[in-house]
Design a protein around this ligand. Sequence first.
Ligand code: FES
Length: 470
Amino acid sequence: MTAPTRDYSLTGPESQRAIERGLADAEWYRSPIDPARLAELHQRSDLRAGIDVVLWLVLLVGAGSWAWVALGSWWAIPAFAVYGALYGGAADPRWHECGHGTAFRTSWLNELVYIPASFMLLREPTVWRWSHVRHHSDTIVVGRDAEIVFPRPIDVRAWAVNLLGLTSVPAMVRRIVRHACGRLDADVAGYVPSELHRRVVWEARGYLVVIVSVLAACVVTAGLVPLLFVVGPTFYGAWLMAFFGTTQHAGLREDVLDHRWNTRTVYMNPVFRFLYLNMNYHVEHHMFPTVPYRNLPALHGEIRDDLPEPSPSTWAAYREIWTAARGQAAEPTFELDRVVPESVSSTTRAATSVEHGEWIDVCAVTDLAPGAMRSIDGSDGPIVVCRASSGEMHALAGICTHSRRVQLVAGAIVGGELECPKHNGRFRLADGSPSRQPVTEGLATYAVQIDADRIRVRSVPNQASGSTPV
Ligand code: FES
């Protein structure tokens, strides 16, 4: 196997180097889009997500029933192949979308899918939730991103072996055992907040109980049938996840702060798009993780002129990755030809000076539609003025408390909550308190008045706002 040319661990020298180069938790490029249109694209639907999940489950149960009936015959091979792909492959985008909290409008429905899908993939729920936060903060930044699948040069043999999960899944199982014994890996301890470390240990123990129970059932029944239905498909179904997931970033640039250079959008057929939940629009997903999967094709239509040319098919994406693999085998710094439109720099508004305690005139009530937001300058920094779907007005501090640099005005209003555009953390509009991790600290709130059909906001925060924890 080909040795990577750089240290891709999160605890080696590349990690410090990335921080020194300003690549950690940095500001990323986002294509311009009309805020009103973006607010439309943010809409989530329990009905639509429910239909997609139920359809997946019906297919899964149908394939499982076929496999059960076919046991002992040659038909069992295609039956388990389909069952495994739906279990160990199609579970991945469901896990992913619900982990972002964007599939369903109702938060607990996302969790209802996220937890079992995590087990189907043998991904510890808390560990992977936070590793994915890091992946979105520092996408393909060496030493920072915990989810770089293709170190340079691309190792095609290692990729082929992992089509059956033969190295990735055992590595996850070994980590589950370590965590169940109370020993957290150094990288995990680095990106999962310390107050959640006990939860990681108990989740790993829960996984081990189920895995051991499945193995015990195999011993009792003197056969492998239980393993073929539970845990086993994480291995033999992994190929579908690899088939789609490989197209996301393989062969593209490292250490850049623009997803147009390190992420790939691929046009796929409707069957693939159902199985993969539209994650083929991957540049769009990374730039706007608040947009649910079902709206990614429409988002693509809005910003496509600002994106590199998408791969016209899955086959074309693989041809490009093969070119990268061959080029990197000869020279690990090899880069694909990729034409990226010149960045449209966002015009930075000069901060206006605001008197301490003054009432700021924002706009007419009719100029702020339900679900819309607007940023203004307060005495201590930006304030985001939000109009909830119910029509209520709220004003909150405009910078996310998670990274302390992301402007919340680019996020989404979801029911009575404000969602951050970077990692889908949420704050309650009513009092600024955190309601979804990774945010754990609330936002200051500001008084709002409606005066002669104008919205006015006080420039200094209310006292004791944002204190209720997640
Ligand atoms: S920057 Fe991470 S949730 Fe806001």
